[in-house]
Design a protein around this ligand. Sequence first.
Ligand SMILES: Cc1cc2nc3c(=O)[nH]c(=O)nc-3n(C[C@H](O)[C@H](O)[C@H](O)COP(=O)(O)OP(=O)(O)OC[C@H]3O[C@@H](n4cnc5c(N)ncnc54)[C@H](O)[C@@H]3O)c2cc1C
Length: 434
Amino acid sequence: MSRKIVIVGAGVSGLTLAERLTSSGKDISVTVLEKEDSPGGLARTFERDGFLFDIGPHRFHTSDTDVNNYLLEILGDDHVTINRSSNVYMAGKYRSWPLTMKSVAGLPLPVLFRSFLDLFRSKSEVEHPTFADYVISKYGMNIYNYFFRGYTEKFTGCSADTLHIDWAEAGVNRAVIDKNVKADDLFSLLKSVLIPKTVSTTFYYPSYGGIQTFCKKQAQRIQNSGGRIIYGCRALGLETESGKVSGVKTADMGIIPADHVYWSAPVSILFPDAGFKFMDTLLCNIALSKQQNNHYQWCYFGQEDMLFSRLTVPRNFRSDTVPAKADSLIVEITLNNPEHRDNPDILKDRLIQQLESVDALRSSDIIFMDWRIVSQTYPLYDLDYRKRLSDLVLPNGLELTGRCGSFWYNNMDHSIGEALAISSGRTFSKDFWK
Ligand SMILES: Cc1cc2nc3c(=O)[nH]c(=O)nc-3n(C[C@H](O)[C@H](O)[C@H](O)COP(=O)(O)OP(=O)(O)OC[C@H]3O[C@@H](n4cnc5c(N)ncnc54)[C@H](O)[C@@H]3O)c2cc1C
């Protein structure tokens, strides 16, 4: 184990690694560099006037015992267990997600009939299947056209046949939340609707604050065990000597010496010419003076003409994320248009009108609309991304980790699992979606 360890990024992965290393009792110095002024990365929480807004819906759910034990060790008694309630908005109605018999029965008959026929159509083999090929072969052309194509193209801003098959394998099942529910092809989707299994759909959430509470607790432990977290410190790249890492270059603090670097900031900072692309998200956090009619925690919207891809209702995670009798909404919009980045307010009227059209709010109840741009929310899996990753030549003493560092479409539990494995010298399977 090297003596001077620098971890770039105080998101869930950097913090878990730092927390485990500092509490290991080994004679090492651990420094975390974070460009923001608080910990959490994508698992941060914005607070305004008593309203708490996470970056979209964030819940802890895992079937991994080590990760589960770690979550509970950090949260202690400061957690609540919540029943998941997610929806998808289809054919003009809110329907439970994953789909149930009741919600499917309400779909337009021609859609149901054509989807049923797709079950019996022969599947053509494609040599290098794309996202589109994969979904069509699994769910049939009808469901692909009805939901997946529109949702995916709106969400990613890319044509579905320019996306890697991993985007489907990682993303589609992710939305189902419980591994016991199989919905990875049309037949299992149908089976899960006709013969629903009783599954655990509960998840953990901190009992105060937002999801960031978990990261703040980790940061506290790191500092208590002698680790250092330097906020407001932007890493620019690495310093190397004879092919080995010797430090991290920063914007304001010069070079921070290091024997070993774990890099969880975007890999594109280290390899700017390698063509790694990320999506950015525009969040509109809306505070409302009265409770609205939204019964879900989060809901997906595939309609191409809708600006947003998902809505989240913080009150349905924990009622004290909003002041008494008030309500709020987190609206997620993928930032594909540079004009929206410079002046998101130009979307305001259209957004309100669309939210009213799906009965998500009454405009007269809006207290404020708070726009936030969150960069590098999702790695974008184009057709060559695996080759570009495997072509990278890393100096000795550098390890890429976390969602943006290893360009890996993971969740918090995967970031935690990977960090636990690294800190205890185990290997961690990254192809978790296989
Ligand atoms: C909308 C949305 C909803 C999600 N919902 C869930 C969910 O319900 N459940 C779940 O488990 N997961 C969810 N996730 C995924 C989860 O947020 C991530 O998997 C996890 O937070 C990634 O942690 P990380 O540490 O790997 O990466 P990050 O959180 O990206 O951490 C990287 C850190 O590096 C810092 N950084 C970047 N550049 C620099 C630099 N140059 N110098 C120094 N520091 C830098 C960043 O500020 C950040 O703190 C969701 C993600 C999104 C976007």
